[in-house]
Design a protein around this ligand. Structure first.
Ligand SMILES: NC(=O)c1ccc[n+]([C@@H]2O[C@H](COP(=O)([O-])OP(=O)(O)OC[C@H]3O[C@@H](n4cnc5c(N)ncnc54)[C@H](O)[C@@H]3O)[C@@H](O)[C@H]2O)c1
Length: 252
C-alpha cells in the first residue's frame, strides 16, 4: 500500500533535526508540502530543505516565547496557503536534579513546560481554530514513554510535561471529532538523537539498550512511517489513541 500525502500542507515543529527531521523527510517523500520549523540553527535547517520537495519551506521560531509561537502558526498558514496537519514534535529534556536550588529547579521546570506543553497547547489552539474554519484537520503530538512509565528523578518536569501532552491530545480528539478534527499521540521510548545523547552521556548507552527488548536502539526513521500513516487519514478511527514506539520496554 502506498500512502500519498499529495496536496497536504503539514507543519513539523523541530523539523530540522532528530525525530522531526526523519518525519519531515518521509512526509515530503510522500508528497506533502512540509513547513519545517526550526529554532536557531539556520544552517542545519537549510541542509534539510535541500532533501525535501520544492513545495516545502522553513520557518524559524523560539517556542519558549508565546508570541513567536502564535506568529509561527500565522506565517505557516499565510505562506503555505493553509494547513492540513499539525505535528508538535519540538521538545526539550533538561537534566534537573533535586539537589538544585529551588529557583534553578523551578526555572528548568518552567522552561520545560513552556516548550513542551505551553507551545504545544497554543499550536493546538491555533490549529483547532483553523481546522474548524476549513473543514477539519489532524494533530499529531509527540509525547514520551515517560508520560506513562515515569522518568528518573532528574527529569520530573519532562515526564510531567509529556503527561500533559497526552491529556491534551485525548481531550482534543473527544471534543472535536464531530468537527472532523483528529488527534493522535505517539509515545516513543529511547530514540537515538541529540536529546538521547545527553541522556546517554549521563547514564551510558548500555543503560538504554538494557531497557528495551530489541538489540538496536530505536532510530528516528523508525517513527516516521507511523506519522505518515496518521497524517494520511487512513488511521482516523484511531483518533485519541496513543501508540507506543519503545521496543517493548514498556507496554501500556
Ligand atoms: N530521543 C528520545 O529518546 C525521545 C524519547 C521520547 C520522546 N522524544 C520526543 O521527541 C521529540 C523530538 O526529540 P528528539 O529526540 O528528536 O530531540 P532533538 O533535541 O534532536 O530535537 C528537539 C527539537 O526541538 C526543538 N526545540 C527545542 N527547544 C526549542 C525551542 N525553545 N523553540 C523551538 N524549538 C525547540 C529543537 O530545535 C529540535 O529540533 C521531543 O518532543 C522529545 O521529547 C524523544
Amino acid at each position: 500500500m502506498e500512502v500519498s500525502l499529495k496536496g497536504k500542507v503539514i507543519l513539523v515543529t523541530g523539523g530540522s533535526r532528530g525525530i522531526g527531521r526523519a518525519i519531515s523527510k518521509q512526509l515530503s517523500d510522500s508528497g506533502a508540502a512540509v513547513a519545517v520549523h526550526y529554532n536557531s540553527n539556520k544552517e542545519q535547517a537549510q541542509s534539510i530543505l535541500k532533501e525535501l520537495n520544492s513545495d516545502s519551506q522553513l520557518f524559524q521560531a523560539n517556542l519558549s516565547d508565546a508570541s513567536e509561537t502564535i506568529n509561527l502558526f500565522k506565517q505557516v498558514v499565510e505562506k503555505m496557503n493553509g494547513l492540513d496537519v499539525l505535528i508538535n514534535n519540538a521538545g526539550v529534556a533538561i537534566y534537573s536534579d533535586l539537589t538544585k536550588k529551588d529557583d534553578d529547579w523551578l526555572s528548568d521546570w518552567q522552561f520545560t513546560m513552556d516548550v513542551n506543553l505551553r507551545a504545544t497547547g497554543l499550536l493546538c489552539k491555533k490549529g483547532i481554530e483553523h481546522f474548524l474554519e476549513n473543514g477539519g484537520g489532524r494533530i499529531i503530538n509527540i509525547s514520551s514513554r515517560a508520560a506513562f512509565r515515569g522518568d528518573t528523578s532528574d527529569y520530573l518536569a519532562y515526564a510531567a510535561s509529556k503527561g500533559g501532552v497526552v491529556a491534551l491530545t485525548r481531550s482534543i480528539a473527544r471534543a472535536y471529532g464531530k468537527n472532523e478534527i483528529k488527534a493522535f499521540t505517539i509515545a516513543p521510548g529511547f530514540v537515538r538523537t541529540d536529546m538521547a545523547q545527553d541522556f546517554m552521556d549521563q547514564y551510558g548507552e548500555g543503560f538504554a539498550l538494557n531497557d528495551i527488548a530489541l538489540n538496536q536502539l530505536t532510530e528516528p526513521k523508525d517513527l516516521a512511517p507511523l506519522v505518515t500513516l496518521m497524517a494520511s487519514g487512513l488511521m482516523d478511527h484511531a483518533t485519541g489513541c496513543t501508540i507506543d514506539v519503545n521496543a517493548a520496554s514498556y507496554v501500556h
